[in-house]
Design a protein around this ligand. Structure first.
Ligand code: HEM
Length: 564
């Protein structure tokens, strides 16, 4: 060993190097803290504890409307509006966002964010491939282009007398049940009524569900939709291993097959009849201005847009199933929730009755020139859909790696330990984004401290003056963007979603809801004798507090209005 060199063992080396290591670590932390990272990954975001070890993760707290408002508030206060949660297992890390910029970006970019394949295969198994709600990509673009004109204002206004007819029929049934004063569970009556409306307006078919007739087609639809409203382990296995359902069908799969037999045969017959009628009209060059049902319009559009489409029958069947599934309970339950809010706010109910009684329901154009212009009715409908959107939340799955831009300044990411927040979140293919419609509708930062209260008067200013500017300021309203289609939300709310997959039946629903409420409040006074809570099962349903096992119900005390 050369003279002057002191031999060092490992321990001495470590002791000598420790100050340098400490300085380096300190410098690294300082750099991390002081430099603004432009993009953070989903797993770097803060998030509530637990979740990863539960088979259903944080989903119950986020999806149960009875607790979700409190959950949102507590977690946003703690982690900011963008945080990570867990879905089905530790590998299912999800982005939960109450940041309007994030949600708008995700819903606008359908090519990057789509409904998860599991949900698609589950629903498509029952209603058929190509149904608009679950369709994505090319088939969605084609079907949407075909169906959009079917739901034009002109077509729907022409169908409004059908809603009036069914609303009056419902009133006469309720009157026979409550000649003086009676508690009536309004949900089954409303569900049957809206099914009838969509049967007649949509397909020219009279289910007569409101009268309680057991039409075989109605029964088939009820069985079909019942088969996709629950959740079992066997169902989950069927999604991942489709051959199980094919070779070893359980009761649910058998029900789907039996119901689809009845439905498919009937709808195929309708299609043939309509095609013959359309052919006949063309041959006689008849300019027919009478209102046509949506099915006839849909077939006309499909035949003229894609005459050689071999799958016309299958596509039409899938849309018929879709409209009945997407368009009946969403609407009936919104009417039910509006009646609930009116029952618990008697002053609003009386003022609305007064407003409605001033309109003659038998006047020509009663809807377009009367009911649709009633200011308080509009506010009540908006406030109901704000507080209780029938669809509580939705999900989108990234189909490729992406970076989602955040609202400037990046909201809440200081909680992740950074001085300034980043401008984007990087998300990997396959990861989910939770889109909380109800949560966005009730943001206190947007709607104020009384965001969770039913207060139709909040719309006084928003409805009539500077609406667009006001909504835009609130961050939810689509704006013209260079080179891109701008998507808007209805009334600055997320109840009908936004983007290319926003609700196509929105106007249909609004007409129907207004007409039913108009007739019902003119005829009856409603009050609510029992405490009601919300349950989310596909759509948000009312249940009596403590009577969970009885399922959805909204027993209201109904008293016929005395006319002098
Ligand atoms: C108050 C009533 C209604 C509400 C709150 C509602 C809400 C919604 C929402 C939030 C979506 C988007 C779902 C998602 O992205 O996961 C949607 C989609 C859809 N809704 Fe509605 N809806 C209502 C009534 C109707 C009616 C009456 C119809 C048909 C007659 C209808 C047909 C559809 C269809 C076909 C889609 C899929 C659109 C697409 O993916 O391009 N909805 N609805």
């Amino acid at each position: 060993m050369p003279a002057g060199i002191i031999p060092l063992d490992l321990t001495s080396l470590l002791i000598l190097a420790t100050p340098s290591i400490v300085v380096l670590v300190f410098l690294w932390i300082a750099v991390q803290y002081l430099t603004v990272k432009e993009v953070v990954s989903l797993h770097e975001l803060p998030g509530p504890p637990g979740g990863w070890y539960s088979p259903v993760g944080h989903l119950p707290q986020l999806l149960d409307p009875d607790v979700s408002p409190q959950t949102h508030e507590a977690w946003v206060a703690r982690y900011g509006p963008n945080f990570q949660t867990f879905g089905f297992g530790p590998w299912d890390r999800r982005l939960f966002s109450l940041d309007p910029a994030v949600i708008k970006y995700v819903l606008d970019h359908q090519e990057k964010y789509q409904k998860g394949w599991q949900a698609r295969s589950y629903v498509d198994q029952a209603i058929g491939d190509g149904g608009l709600v679950m369709a994505e990509g090319g088939i969605h673009r084609v079907m949407r282009r075909i169906l959009q004109p079917v739901f034009s204002k002109k077509n729907l206004d022409a169908l409004s007398p059908i809603s009036s007819l069914k609303a009056r029929e419902l009133c006469s049934i309720l009157r026979s049940l409550s000649s003086h004063e009676q508690t009536v569970d309004v949900v089954p009556h409303l569900t049957r009524a809206t099914f009838d409306v969509i049967g007649l307006a949509g397909f020219g078919y009279s289910f007569e569900a409101l009268r309680g007739e057991e039409d075989p087609l109605y029964v088939a639809f009820q069985r079909l939709f019942g088969s996709i409203s629950g959740f079992t382990v066997r169902m989950y296995l069927g999604i991942y291993f489709p051959w199980l359902d094919e070779h070893f069908p359980d009761e649910r799969v058998k029900t789907i097959r039996e119901s689809r037999d009845v439905i498919d045969n009937t709808v195929k017959r309708w299609i043939q009849e309509r095609q013959a009628e359309i052919g006949g009209e063309k041959a006689s060059a008849r300019a027919d201005n009478s209102p046509k049902d949506l099915l006839t319009l849909m077939i006309q559009e499909i035949v003229s847009t894609a005459p050689k489409t071999a799958m016309v029958d299958d596509l039409v069947i899938a849309q018929v199933n879709t409209f009945l599934m997407a368009g009946s309970e969403t609407t009936s339950l919104t009417i039910a929730w509006a009646l609930y809010y009116l029952s618990t706010h008697p002053n609003v109910q009386s003022a609305l009755r007064e407003e409605c009684l001033a309109i003659d329901p038998d006047a020509p154009n009663a809807f377009v020139e009367g009911i649709d212009r009633l200011a308080l009715l509009e506010k009540v409908v908006r406030e109901t859909l704000r507080l209780t959107p029938a669809v509580h939340s939705t999900f989108r799955q990234a189909v490729e790696d992406d970076i989602i831009p955040l609202s400037p300044p990046a909201m809440g990411l200081e909680a992740a330990g950074r001085r300034q927040g980043p401008t984007g979140i990087s998300i990997r293919k396959g990861q989910y984004v939770h889109v909380p419609f109800e949560g966005l509708n009730t943001l206190k930062s947007v709607w104020g401290e009384d965001a969770h209260e039913f207060r139709p008067a909040r719309w006084d200013r928003l409805m009539f003056s500077d609406r667009d500017a006001e909504c835009e300021k609130r961050g939810l309203f689509g704006k013209e963007e260079k080179g891109r289609t701008a998507w808007k939300t209805w009334a600055g709310l997320m109840s009908f979603s936004t983007g290319p997959k926003a609700c196509v039946g929105m106007r249909f629903a609004l007409i129907e809801i207004k007409i039913f409420l108009f007739h019902l409040v003119r005829e009856f006074e409603f009050s609510c004798p029992k405490p009601i809570v919300k349950r989310n099962a596909m759509v948000v349903r009312p249940i009596v507090d403590g009577e969970n096992e009885k399922g959805q119900q909204l027993p209201l005390l109904i008293r016929p209005v005395e006319r002098h």
